[in-house]
Design a protein around this ligand. Structure first.
Ligand code: IMP
Ligand code: MG
Length: 179
């Protein structure tokens, strides 16, 4: 079923059930990969808030969670390539195993920026987990991108935390733009 958000039309792309199942798989993988340590999850707000919440509930190893807020879309449907960094990173991650949790990697610009910033804080490791990846939009290779929920085409999506003009974050399914 189509849905309208502001001036654009969207149709379902990934159903809530599929998201839920994929998050369980990623969770099991993280439980295995990080069982030797207490990882610090760095959630990138706002878009990944639902993904972070659902993923963290799958963890049965001890872990910590902190947040940072980055934005690059400014209400449009194209990445502006300019990053606004709203929350300063104050948790000490020196010597820690860090996992960044993102909603979507599009150009890769935001991920690259955050990874470089966190590297200066000397963590033991940095990996990236993103619910969505648009491989055809990637402008730079991100070696740290180890966990991906779904690869999608170069299309604009909303729902499950992702927004268009700050709307649509509440939708249970992920929708793609049709018009
Ligand atoms: P990048 O820096 O181009 O990789 O874009 C990363 C950020 O832009 C993501 O964390 C999202 O917040 C936002 N973004 C990228 N693609 C979409 C989309 O299709 N819908 C909504 N937000 C998006
Ligand atoms: Mg984001």
């Amino acid at each position: 079923m189509k849905t309208k958000i502001a001036d654009l039309e969207f149709e379902p792309l990934i159903r809530a059930k599929a998201i839920e199942e994929r998050i369980k798989e990623i969770g099991s993988q993280l439980n295995a990969d990080y069982k030797h340590c207490v990882p610090v999850f760095v959630g990138v707000l706002n878009g990944s808030f639902l993904f972070i919440a659902d993923l963290i509930k799958q963890m049965d190893i001890p872990c910590e969670i902190t947040f940072t807020k980055l934005s690059s879309y400014y209400g449009g449907t194209k990445s502006s390539l300019k990053i606004r960094d709203d929350i300063d990173f104050s948790v000490d991650i020196k010597g820690r195993e860090v996992l960044i949790i993102e909603d979507i990697v599009d150009t890769g610009n935001t991920a690259h920026y955050l990874i470089e910033k966190l590297k200066t804080m000397q963590p033991a490791s940095i990996k990236l987990c993103s619910l969505l990846l648009k491989p055809k939009a990637l402008l730079k290779k991100i070696d740290e991108l180890k966990y991906v929920g779904f690869e999608i085409e170069n299309e604009f999506v909303v729902g499950y935390g992702l927004d268009y003009k700050e709307m649509g974050r509440n939708l249970k399914d992920i929708y793609k733009r049709v018009k």
